[in-house]
Structure formats: C-alpha cells, structure tokens
Design a protein around this ligand. Structure first.
Ligand code: AMP
Length: 930
C-alpha cells in the first residue's frame, strides 16, 4: 500500500496471471494492487511471491492481507471454473535472491476466503468491499522467508500485505527492568525473561517474568529491593532525605533517626550519634544512641577471716541501656607499704568481668594483708566511648588472721615391715609462719576409734612401731600463731611383709606419684634422666604454674546466683544435657557388610544434585582429596554453609568404596556432637561428601591458635560435647578407633563434633597387615595398649583415646608425650608412666584422664560415666578451681637443686650433678639425653 513505484514481485506465469495494477482507493489516492481475474478459464494456477523478508529474530510472524474479491454469481457467463478463495504459502530461506518460484518448496499456511465480496464493480461509486484477514506462521529455521499467494481461478485484488511480529514491551515490575522481548515460536509458548534491578536496588529474589505469545507479560516472580539508604517511589529507588535513614534493603522505607542521632546527607544507611552518645557494635541502627553508666554506688565490704564480701548499688545513671555489668579488680598492698603501689592481681580467668550481680565473695586471700578492690561499671558502649570510660568505685580492707589451709598431699618415701617414712608439702596458703605439723594416723580397719598423734617441725616424719602388712590412714595439719588448720584428706599407706623396700599406696596415691617414680627409676637404672627433654616442658610448665600461683593471690567466687559464663549457660540448656538415656537405640550397620557399596550409600545418604552446591574455597586436605567450603541450597530449604570433600580423579574401586564408606557411616548418626552428613554426590564426578560446615576447623589447631584463651569451664564444655558424641557412638555399638583432637571439629559456637569415620577399620581388618606395618599406621599416642598389642579395639579403647583428647584440650593442643618416639611411648606406658597434668589442670580432670588410662580396660570408666562426671563438674564449677600441685615448688627458681633432689629422695646424685656443672635447677632444665 505504501510502496509508490513498482513492487515487481515474482509472478508465475509471468504473463496472464497476477498483474501489478495501479488503481484509486476510496479517497482517490492511487495505490498499487496485484490483481488476477481469470474466471472464465479452467485450471488456473497463478502464483505471486513477495520479496525475501528477513526474520530479524522473530519466531512467529503475522501476515495481514487486505484484498477485494468478486462474487462468482455477479460475473455474467461464468461456469464452474470461477473460485472465491486464494491460498497463502510460505517458504523459509537463507537466500534473499531466489529468482523463480519453487512451488514445491512452499508450505501452505491457509486457504483464504473473503468475509465480504462484492457483486459488481461500480467504479463510479467506488464500492470496494475490503477484506482483512490475518494468519500467523512459525518461522524459526532460516534467516528469512518468502510469502506466496496462489490463485486458482478467482477475481482478486491484493491491496495490502503487512508482515509483523509481536514483542512484550520494555517494562518495570517489582523494581526490576524487563527488556522489550520477542514472543515465542508457538501460540502457547512463554518466554522466561530475567529482569535487572533498577538503579540503587539489589536482588531480593531473582526477578523473572514470562512473555506470552500475544505480547503480554505474565506472572512476575521475585524482584528487587531498594539499597540501604534508598526507598521505593513510583517504581524507582530514591535516597532517604536528611534526618532519615534506611539500614537494610528489607526495611520497608526510610525511617526517622532514633533519639540522640542525626543524618546530615541524603541516602543515610545509619544515623550518627550526637556527640557524647554512642552505639555498641551489636546495637541495631534503630536503637537510640546511649551513654556509659556512672560509677557503682555505696560499695561496702565485710571481712570474714580471709574472705571479703563486697556489695554495691547500681550506678545512678545507666545511660539509657539495660546491659550494665561490673568487673572487679584487686590491688594487693603488702603490709607496711604505703599507698596503692601494690601488684595488680587479677586471675587469668576472666569470668570476674561481666558480673551481673552486685555482690561478690572474694575468698582465699592472704591473712593479715591490706587489699584494695575496685568495682568498675560498664555497659555496651563503655568501650566505644573510650578506654577510660569505665566508672569505678574502690574500697580498701585488711584481712584477718587465719589458720593455714590443709596439706594437699602426702607421700610415702620408704616402707618397711614396721615403719613408714612420710613427707608432704607446705599448705598452699600457710597464712603465717608454720610452727609445726601434726600427723594423725590409725589402722584403716580400726577407723578413728583409736588413733595416734605425732608432731614435727619438718615436712616429713618416720612413723615406727607399726604392724606388718597393715593399711594405715594418715592426716596431716599445720599450725601457725593463729592455731591449727584443717586436717588433710585421708592418705592410705600399707606396711609390707619385710622384703624389699616397696611403697604400697592407695590407687590415687600411686597415680599421683608416678611422675616422680619414673624419674627416680630411670635415674637409678640408666644413670641418666628418663627422657629429660620431655620433662623439660613439664618442668617449665610447673615453673609457669608456680610463678602464676604467686601472682594469683586473689581468687573469686560469686555467691547466691553465680553468673553463668555464656558458653556454660548454653551448655546447661543444650538438649543433649537434658536428654535421657535412650532405651533400645539403633545399632550401627557396617557398610562393608554390603556387597554393593552403592546400595549402602543410597540407604544411608541422600543424593544431592550438584547444581545445588556452590563451592567457595579450599579449606583443607583430606585422605582422598581437597576439602572445600561452600553453600548448599537444597530445594525448598534455606541455604546453608557446608564442607565438601571430593574424591580426587584417577581413583581405584577400593578408594571409591573407602571414600563413600565414611558417608555411609556418618549418615547413620544423628547427634549434636557428631558431624552431620548433608548428602553425597555420586551421579557425577568428582564424587563428593557434603557435611555441615564447622567454622573453627579441627580442634587441635584451633586450641593451639587460642593458647590460654579459654576458661576451664569452656574447656570442660568442649570435653563434654566430645564425651556426649562418643557416648552416642558407643550406644550404637560403633568403635571409632581414631579419636584424637585432630579428628574433632569445632563450630563458631565452640560446639565440638566427632568426625573422621571409617579410616581405621580398614587397618584392623586387613589380615595381611604384619605387626610392624600396623604399628606404623595406628596412632600410637592415642591408642590403648591392648589395641596396639593385639588389635583389641573396643569402646574401652576409645575411652583411653578420649583421655588423651582431654589432655590435648587442657594443654591447648600440646603433642601427647611431646617429642618421645613411638617405641618409647609404648615402653613408658608399659612401665606405668602416664602423662602428667598439664599446666593449670584441675585435679579432678587429671584424675579422670588417669582413670581413662587404666591398664585393665574393665576398670576404665564408660562414656556415660565420663559424661555424668563432666556434668557434675559443670554444675559445680568450684570443684574445677583447685590446681594439681604434684610438685609445684619443684621448679620455683628460689629452690635450690639440692632441695629439689632432697624432695624426691635423690640427694645422693647431688655431687655427680655438681661435678658435671649442674648446680641450679635452671641448668638442669637444659639437660639433654646425652
Ligand atoms: P578430613 O579429611 O576429615 O581429615 O579433613 C581434612 C581437613 O579439612 C580437616 O582437618 C579440617 O581442617 C577440614 N574439614 C573437614 N571437614 C570439615 C568441616 N565439616 N568443616 C570445616 N572444616 C572441615
């Protein structure tokens, strides 16, 4: 219609068929038409073909044809040859210059008939009944296409042919822009289109919409949210104005700045505090700015012998917050000194900071000593407001006279048929000059019905006139000018039958003295110190303990409702602590009993689609390949962080089986202290095992990194978790065989979980393995003697390993048995040597370790007993405060070498050592094997 000149479409036949004719339209404007009107001749087949039409990305095109058609009845004299329809064809082609019409290659779109026909041509009246017909056709295979009109004997004039396609127009929905989009190929097809967030907005959920075949947008999904500092207005994101802020994209809109804060510029994400006001890191931006508290008020002290009760009132001004806490500092001033020039004497245990109560009892102070206590008040913004901002109040007190504390342990140095030689250490707190010791003893069978008393000025006594082969009970107490202290707990020793001089002691006693005995024995038998290099570290730690002991003169206990340490309170509320012993627990199934390993894996582990896993970084190296961290978004679940172990390429069948066996084992467990299996990827390579992600990695490395940074309660909390996991495993009849701190993982809440399953069973069941081979593979330092000697792996051997883990934890990741070699470790264990208590280790914990290391496995505690014991300790943190003092003074520098040798009964070596140049304890620490 719009082409002014000749169209020159191809026609066939080129003459006598379709012809290009100019006519006048109803408005008398000349237009081009193609006409044909061979109604009188039979067998018409006249083709008219358009020029090549480029497709331009369209997949379905619409053809709108306007034409006029004569009614056959109106034509005088026509016979049956007259038709009232024509056919529309198309042909897809990359070729834009096809010269002639290849009829066979055209495909029929439709037969088109007129809605309106006209019976007579009355050009004078310009009666033209124009028909408009639209047809659509899918064109997807070539760059373009041709259309053709086939006439079979009608009288037609084509007036206009319009070819077009449809798009869904550019639009913005849910703050996402969707571009102008061409519709799909089929009438029912929906084209999925991803939107892009408008300026200053971010994706909330992937914005998507469907473009329908008719060019209409359907079903918007997801969308974007205005960035922090911006809010939605009329489909765009506009900056918050001054005085307003928006912190998170999910906040509904800009909000007014909270009290004591302001924003000066547009687009604020947070309001700044007015000067003198602060916000803590954990305060939400919607919270008012606050101030630190004023000082605590009315601090009063009541002295009771060597304890002081301190009580105070809360600060007058709380600064607009409710998180006031107190910390206590103790300055000790030696009697006779002036002013507050004393030593700061806060214990390492920080639980004294963060007090919520306003009453504290400080006990076990020195008698007759002047102390100054300072109580600081702080809240969440004390730190932000500057270091000196903690407000404080102080009080000075002088403690009263007090009797000595009890003697903590007694040892027998010589035993005969009728006598016992005993020695002991000075009480931890003598509270004055010790004038004498009183020794009370009686035959065990007699109880205290008849006892004898001996007094001595020294720290040893020879008790004679005893009956042979009889067990005696001894108590010792010290006396100062303030009177007698309390008696020690009972210590039992037995006289012998008169043979060699042996020391028969109670079990506890025996254990406590093992360290001294081994040292003793080795010096005697080998003439040199047994593995002295290992003792060097023990000894050094004793020196530290002793030094610290001197500094930590103040120890604190809170009364009534002691504030729980955060990790402690979470422990108490953990479901595992409260859960009863489950009756009829599930029993673990060994995946190696399945002939087909894939059957086991699919029974116990969920197959995960690899597209749900997003790997982020490498975090470690496992037995079979890299371990990575990443995210898992399972369908219908929220995204979680995971660890991903993969099996490196080129693996053997056996390696595949071993790799997947860990998942088959793990998948059977469900416990808060066992690493949780999320699933496996076995359907594509590399094979993967997906587990929950443990932010702090393995326990040994974690402890080494944070040496000395946890409270005893926190350490016991970790041990409790491990014991709880092990109890669960043992209830399921699963023996771990490789329990060690390196195989425990720690998450961000310090929760410890047992991991690494399936490695060691392979060692045990390999009948080919020779003794020496096995010894090389077995983690000797962690393994019970019966498991090393004859592969007797049981829950009781796991208990032994647990004892070693306890030692690793309390010593912050020290290597068990230090640099001793494996053979020496096996030999030392055989001879009765056990690891000594690590630095700062509460006696009860070391005792529990020693119980786990009983030679006779039937005598070791069960995990259930260990768990009960640890729960008791957690509930009574007081029991954890006492430190092992096996030989605490042994390495205090003030001690002479001579005194120390004497204290362990080896003074006869004094001259030999002196001759070799060892005259002080310090020099002895440098002693090597050589
Ligand atoms: P494994 O093969 O289990 O010994 O893993 C090797 C190392 O990867 C471990 O020592 C950890 O440091 C790290 N790792 C393994 N599993 C996890 C996990 N679930 N979360 C965090 N780190 C892990």
């Amino acid at each position: 219609r719009t082409v002014p000149g000749e169209l020159k479409w191809a026609a066939s036949p080129s003459e006598g068929g379709w012809e290009e004719v100019s006519i006048m339209d109803e408005k008398n404007i000349p237009i081009r038409t193609y006409q044909v009107c061979n109604v009188l001749e039979p067998n018409q087949n006249n083709w008219l073909r358009t020029d090549w039409i480029p497709r331009s990305g369209a997949q379905r095109v619409y053809v709108e044809v306007k034409f006029t058609l004569r009614d056959c009845n109106s034509l005088p004299g026509v016979t049956g040859t007259c038709k009232e329809t024509f056919n529309l064809y198309y042909h897809e082609s990359n070729e834009d210059r096809e010269s002639y019409i290849k009829e066979n290659s055209f495909i029929k779109v439709d037969t088109v008939a007129a809605d309106e026909s006209f019976t007579q041509v009355d050009v004078g009246d310009r009666i033209m009944k124009l028909n408009t017909e639209v047809r659509d056709v899918k064109v997807t295979t070539r760059k373009g296409f041709y259309l053709a009109f086939q006439d079979v004997g009608a009288c037609i004039a084509l007036v206009s042919v319009r070819v077009f396609y449809k798009t869904c127009p550019l639009t913005v929905r849910n703050l996402a822009t969707f571009p102008d989009t061409i519709t799909g190929a089929d009438t029912s097809s929906l084209v999925e289109v991803r939107g892009s967030c408008v300026n200053q907005s971010e994706e909330r959920e992937e914005p998507k919409m469907y473009c329908g075949a008719d060019g209409e947008w359907l079903v918007p999904i997801g969308g974007c949210l205005c960035n922090p500092g911006y809010e939605e207005k009329g489909g765009a994101c506009k900056a918050c104005s001054a005085g307003f802020y928006k912190a998170k994209s999910t906040d509904p809109g800009c909000a007014k700045c909270p009290p004591h804060s302001h924003s000066l510029r547009d687009g604020a994400t947070v309001c700044d505090c007015h000067s003198g006001f602060f916000r803590a890191d954990s305060d939400p931006p919607s919270m008012a700015c606050t101030q630190p508290p004023s000082a605590p008020q009315q601090l009063i002290s009541v002295v009771n012998e060597t304890s002081v009760v301190l009580e105070w009132a809360p600060p007058h001004r709380l600064g607009g917050r409710s998180d006031t806490s107190y910390s206590l500092e103790c300055l000790i001033c030696q009697t006779g000194s002036h002013g507050h020039t004393g030593v700061r004497a806060l214990p390492r245990n920080h639980s004294i900071a963060g007090l919520k109560t306003t009453r504290v009892v400080v006990s076990e102070l020195r008698a007759h000593t002047h102390y100054t206590f300072i109580v600081h008040a702080r809240n969440g913004v004390s730190q932000a407001s500057g270091a000196g901002a903690a407000q404080s109040v102080s009080v000075s007190v002088t403690t009263n006279q007090a009797t000595p504390s009890p003697v903590s342990f007694i040892q027998a140095t010589d035993v005969t048929r009728h006598s016992l030689s005993l020695s002991w250490q000075q009480p931890d707190r003598p509270n004055g000059v010790i004038l004498e010791y009183e020794v009370k003893f009686y035959e065990k069978d007699q109880r205290e019905r008849s006892y004898r008393i001996m007094r001595t000025f020294s720290r040893s006594v020879d008790v004679t006139g005893l009956n042979p082969l009889t067990v005696y009970v001894f108590h010792v107490r010290a006396r100062t000018a303030a009177g007698y202290g309390e008696f020690s707990t009972p210590f039992e020793f037995s006289t012998n039958s008169g043979g060699a001089s042996t020391v028969k002691q109670s079990r506890t006693q025996r254990r406590r003295n093992i360290l001294t005995q081994v040292l003793h024995k080795n010096i005697r038998t080998h003439g040199c110190c047994f593995s002295f290099s290992s003792f060097r570290s023990t000894c050094t730690s004793y020196m530290h303990t002793a030094k610290r002991h001197l500094h930590n003169i103040c120890s604190y206990t809170t009364i009534s409702h002691p504030p729980l340490h955060p990790s402690f309170s979470s422990l108490v509320s953990s479901p595992a602590l409260a859960s009863p012993t489950v009756a009829g627990v599930k029993i673990y199934v060994d995946p190696f009993t399945y002939e087909d390993p894939d059957q086991a894996i699919h029974e116990f582990a969920k197959e995960i689609d690899v597209s749900c896993i997003h790997i982020e970084k490498v975090i470690g190296m496992g037995e079979f390949g890299e371990v990575c961290s990443g995210r898992l978004r399972a369908q219908g679940k929220r995204e979680i962080y995971v660890a991903i172990k993969s099996l490196k390429a080129g693996y053997s069948d056996k390696q595949r089986r071993d790799f997947l066996s860990e998942a088959s084992i793990m998948g059977q467990f469900d416990h808060p202290n066992i690493i949780r299996l999320e699933g496996v990827v076995t359907r594509c390579k590399p094979l993967m095992i997906i587990t929950e992600y443990m932010e702090n990695g393995s326990l040994d490395a974690f402890l080494r990194k944070h040496d000395g940074q946890f409270t005893v309660i926190q350490l016991v909390g970790m041990l409790r978790g491990i014991a709880s996991g092990m109890k669960y495993l043992s209830d399921m009849n699963y023996v771990h065989r490789d329990l060690a701190a390196r195989n425990i993982l720690v998450n961000s809440n310090l929760v410890c979980k047992v991991s690494d399953f399936g490695l060691s069973r392979v060692l045990e069941d390999d009948p080919e393995a020779a003794y020496t081979t096995r010894v090389r593979h077995i983690p000797i330092r962690w393994t019970a003697p019966e498991a090393i000697a004859y592969r007797k792996f049981t829950t009781a051997s796991d208990v032994w390993s647990y004892g070693i883990v306890m030692w690793e934890v309390v010593s912050y990741g020290e290597r068990p048995y230090w640099d001793m070699n494996n053979q020496d470790v096996i030999k030392a264990i055989e001879e009765g040597y056990r690891l000594p208590a690590p630095m700062d280790c509460p006696v009860v914990l070391h005792q529990l370790m020693l119980d786990c290391w009983e030679r006779d496995r039937a005598e070791r505690p069960t995990f259930s007993q260990i768990l009960n014991m640890l729960d008791k300790l957690i509930r009574n943190p007081g029991t954890l405060q006492v430190c092992v003092s096996v030989i605490p003074e042994m390495c205090v520098p003030e001690w002479s070498l001579c005194e120390w040798l004497q204290s362990i009964g080896l003074e006869r070596y004094r001259d030999t050592l002196a001759a070799a140049g060892y005259t002080s304890l310090d020099s002895l620490l440098a002693l090597t094997h050589q």
